[in-house]
Design a protein around this ligand. Structure first.
Ligand code: BGC
Length: 381
């Protein structure tokens, strides 16, 4: 097998103030537990002093706790601080909804549109519509291949994959010929391809010289965590219940895989990778059920996006270009896209504290009975 490529707006000030209070509360909780809590359908609070309207569409809730737990509150805060009035919505994995949300934002007069799309095709269609109305578009986290957006803000996603490969290699270093299953993200998300490419820079030479043995490599449509778990279970049983390491492209998939491993009494004996430094992922690391995750400081992603959006809303492309000094290649559109690419960090049991110290996840979210000793040893409190 191989990886597939393939309104409260304008409402009285009192309501606005209440709305703002709600956002502040959510932010203060550092909401990042499993299952995606707040749903993302409530309108964003109106700005304190009336800012420039910016539309933000996030792709999903269920594929990762990051979107509602980190991105939404952090973008909201960063954009308000930059004098913008963000309307942040979540398409809940529904292409039609993604498109309808975009239409609504375009007709409501947003000055900039920020999109983290479900697929490149869906995102590119929205970007083209916005462009026709003279609205600049920022691709957020996921690049729309073959699209027209002028700017892109994300992490170095090949590096994310390379860190996953390194983590796995490190965990399996003393197991010559260790058997590996790779569970990848959605083929319609360019990031999933980049994560895979990054992983292969480390793993392919190890498969080639026999240090590791590839059992199977499977992409999971829509990053569906449940399907990821089921797919993994089939591959595991098909291999006689034998596996030493699993590349899980993010913490959501890792969680589903750990559930399957637990069912077969294998959790803790198999190295599992992850990504997003979610509360569930970090807790699994402290329990010993997951080997690593990748911490992507999303506040930096939100801050860079807010800065770009504020400049573009004023038509100030000079400032935008000074912010987005890197480029990424869009092989489908055969173009270079001006980018901000931030640096991801490898997290294992030894440095989970980095994430709690940075305020992304609270000790109380990850230090439970099963992990308390590990929390104490790591000084997480
Ligand atoms: C993001 C990851 C996330 C995944 C699933 C990717 O595009 O970069 O952080 O885990 O989508 O939502």
């Amino acid at each position: 097998m191989r990886v597939g490529r393939s309104a409260l707006r304008g409402a009285p000030k009192m309501i606005a103030a209440l709305g703002l209070g709600l956002v502040l509360t959510l932010t203060a909780c550092g909401a990042n537990s499993s299952g995606g809590s707040s749903g993302g359908t409530a309108p964003s609070a109106a700005p304190a002093g009336g800012g420039v309207k910016v539309g933000v569409i996030l792709p999903e809730t269920d594929t990762s706790a990051r979107w509602e737990g980190f991105d939404k509150p952090m973008l909201d805060k960063a954009m308000r601080a930059a004098g913008l009035d963000p309307d942040i919505q979540n398409a809940q994995g529904d292409e039609q909804k993604f498109s309808t949300l975009a239409d609504g934002m375009i007709s409501s007069g947003v000055k900039v549109l920020v999109i983290a799309s479900i697929s490149s095709d869906g995102g590119s269609a929205v970007a083209a519509k916005a462009k026709a109305q003279g609205i600049p578009v920022i691709d957020y986290d996921r690049l729309n291949l073959g699209g027209t957006s002028d700017y892109y803000v994300s992490f170095d996603n090949e590096k994310v994959g390379a860190l996953q490969g390194q983590g796995l290699a490190q965990a399996l270093q003393s197991k010559q010929g260790a058997q590996v299953i790779q569970i990848e993200g959605a083929p319609t998300d360019n990031n999933a391809t980049l994560f895979y490419n990054g992983q292969q820079t480390v793993l392919k030479p190890m498969y080639d010289d026999g240090r590791l043995k590839l059992v199977a490599n499977q992409a999971i449509d829509k990053w569906d965590n449940q399907v990821g778990g089921q797919t993994f279970e089939q591959l595991l049983t098909g291999n006689g219940g034998k596996v030493d390491g699993v590349v899980a492209a993010n913490d959501g998939l890792a969680g589903a895989i750990v559930t399957v491993l637990t069912k077969y009494g294998l959790n803790g004996q198999v190295a599992v990778t992850g990504q997003d430094a979610t509360a569930d992922g970090l807790q699994a690391i402290l329990r010993g059920d997951q080997y690593m995750t990748v911490f992507k400081p999303i506040q930096e992603e939100a801050d860079a996006t807010a800065k770009l959006a504020a400049a573009l809303a004023k038509g100030d492309t000079a400032t935008a270009d000074q912010t987005a000094t890197q480029t990424v290649n869009d092989p489908k559109g055969n173009r270079e896209v001006k980018s901000v690419l931030l640096t991801p960090q490898l997290i294992t049991k030894d440095n989970v504290k980095t994430v709690t110290d940075a305020g992304y996840v609270k000790a109380s979210e990850i230090c439970v009975q099963a992990t308390q000793a590990a929390c104490d040893a790591a000084g997480i409190k």
